[in-house]
Design a protein around this ligand. Sequence first.
Ligand SMILES: [Ca+2]
Ligand SMILES: [Ca+2]
Length: 181
Amino acid sequence: MKMSRTPRFFNSVNQAGGPLASDLAANKITYAEAAAPLGAWRYVNFVTNSSNATVSGDAADPDSDRLSNLEEYSFNTDPLAANATPIVSASLVATNGAQFLAMTFPLVTAASDITYRVEASADLQTWLPGCTYSGTNRVTATAHTTEFSRTGAGLEAIVVRDNTAVGNSPHRFLRLRVTQP
Ligand SMILES: [Ca+2]
Ligand SMILES: [Ca+2]
């Protein structure tokens, strides 16, 4: 058995119940030679197709659930099984007597090679920079959004709210983008 140089990485990336759990149980940790977390994730999930960009590339969507592989990696979902429920959800949260649009999304703590980027808009044309998360570099408050809550460890649930109260603008929109790095 060929030992990995970076076995810790699998422990850090794997989430309980996530797509990597079965691979760990099957001792596929021998494959952990990828240079980055995303590379290791790609190999574990796609094995023989891991260098076939039409299947395992960041923008590919082999399970046709409208989540790109990069998004599946970012949200700890299975890139080969369609996800039925929305991974990112919207809600209203109350602060200081006002209501704000909020977004909840999953964040993989160990996915330090990507950036989760919240953006806010009043018209779907101009998008303004909100909270960003990239490894330990976290910007949890900007002029446009504020982190409202954060729960969980390893796989976190992040709630970011708009800074403009819903009553102060006819329309408000939030979106999340994930990019590499
Ligand atoms: Ca997909
Ligand atoms: Ca999926």
